[in-house]
Design a protein around this ligand. Structure first.
Ligand code: FAD
Length: 347
């Protein structure tokens, strides 16, 4: 089936970036269709408390926060399709976005398909996700104050996570499957110099131990001897890397070596005019809900400007250059409002 209606905007992905883009786009009357994927809500659906998103004074459960994001955009007219996009064609306009047998068309597309933290792939890890098993120390270290924790991994991310965790935990044990580390010497030296960090090499995690739905320890297996040992731990941080969800786009959109999409500096524009990217699909540095939401807002504003320019009225877009931005230095600023900014509609 082909949806004969060519939409202004399709947003692919329903995490903090996609829903924020949807909110801004819906409020700009772009009637966005959000193809949010079967994993709607994104990465925060596998965590419990989120305490670092501004506005939630007491913190909020990740899934609840995502339901709020989703409902807020829906209130302004965003439509949702809870299926995975199977292919895209950005070679001509309108762009085509395919979901199984169905095809959708749009004048602009925002890609916000996020990234997936690599998992160890053991059943007990899945069962205790958000209950002591985490993939993000910046997000969750605070919950492990005065506890012993285990970090799995041997790269720079694992060292970074371990070092960050020492601010809260009493002891951090880094478990790594090899003798040699992929981490850069400087990161490794820093971790080795920290007296709270211990290393166990040539070992893997066989099982995450839990009681009453909380992590209590980790069973590790020595790869040389086959011997297993139970380490007491209040938490397990899996730091074995992230994969951007970009397979669908790799042939059409510029990306870096690991597959993260490349956008122009200071913008969410990709190499194809009219296709924008936001959130963790672009970002392998900050990887936070608030930064994903921020770039989601930017992508919607960029898309709005693009569409307005296509229709010949760029100056009406919210991101159009402002009068004051064009005034040469030393000239008085426009005085239409008390703060020296031209008055504009609240967005
Ligand atoms: P994601 O959240 O990854 O969402 C991607 C979306 O794209 C999903 O809806 C998915 O279904 C969709 N998608 C993927 N492929 C397709 C497809 N083919 N078709 C359609 N849709 C598709 N950050 C914080 O700020 N605070 C925290 O406390 C915090 N805790 C975390 C805890 C854990 C365990 C993890 C893993 C991450 C945590 N983060 C936290 C990081 C935060 O979750 C991410 O930075 C954020 O979710 C990124 O948002 P995003 O919208 O870019 O992508």
């Amino acid at each position: 089936m082909t949806d004969n209606d060519t939409r202004d905007l399709i947003i692919i992905g329903g995490g903090p970036a996609g829903y924020t883009a949807a909110l801004y786009a819906a409020r700009a009357n772009l009637r966005p269709l959000v193809i949010e994927g079967v994993g709607w809500g994104g990465q925060l659906m596998i965590t419990s408390d989120v305490e670092n998103y501004p506005g939630y004074v007491e913190g909020i459960l990740g899934p609840e926060m995502m339901r709020d994001f989703r409902a807020q955009a829906e209130r302004f007219g965003a439509e949702y399709l809870t299926e995975d996009v199977t292919s895209v064609d950005f070679s001509e306009r309108p762009f085509r976005v395919v979901v199984g047998e169905d095809e959708y068309r749009a004048k602009a597309v925002i890609v916000a398909t996020g990234a997936s933290a690599r998992q160890l792939g053991i059943e007990s890890e899945r069962a205790l996700q958000g209950k002591g098993v985490s993939y993000c120390a910046v997000c969750d270290a605070f919950f492990f104050r005065d506890k012993e924790v285990v970090v799995v991994g041997g790269g720079d991310s694992a060292m970074e996570e371990a070092l960050f965790l020492t601010k809260f935990a009493t002891k951090v044990v880094v478990v790594h499957r090899r003798e040699e580390f992929r981490a850069s010497p400087i990161m490794l030296d820093r971790a080795r110099a920290n007296e709270k960090i211990e290393f166990i090499t040539n070992a893997v995690v066989d099982e995450v131990l839990g009681e009453e739905g909380r992590v209590t320890g980790v069973r590790i297996r020595d790869l040389n001897t086959g011997e297993t040992t139970d380490l007491p731990a209040g938490g397990l941080f899996v730091a074995v890397g992230h994969d951007p969800n970009t397979n669908l786009f790799l042939e059409q959109l510029q990306h870096d070596e690991p597959g993260y999409l490349i956008t122009q500096q200071g913008s969410t524009a990709t190499n194809i005019p009219g296709v924008f990217a936001a959130g963790d699909v672009v970002d392998h540095v900050y990887r936070q809900a608030v930064t994903a939401a921020g770039t989601g807002a930017m992508a919607a504003l960029d898309a709005e400007r693009f569409l307005a320019a296509e229709e010949g009225h760029e100056a009406t877009a919210l991101t159009a250059p402002r009068v004051e931005a064009e005034a040469p230095l030393g000239q008085p600023e426009p005085t239409r409002s008390i703060r020296g900014q031209p008055e504009r509609q609240k967005v």
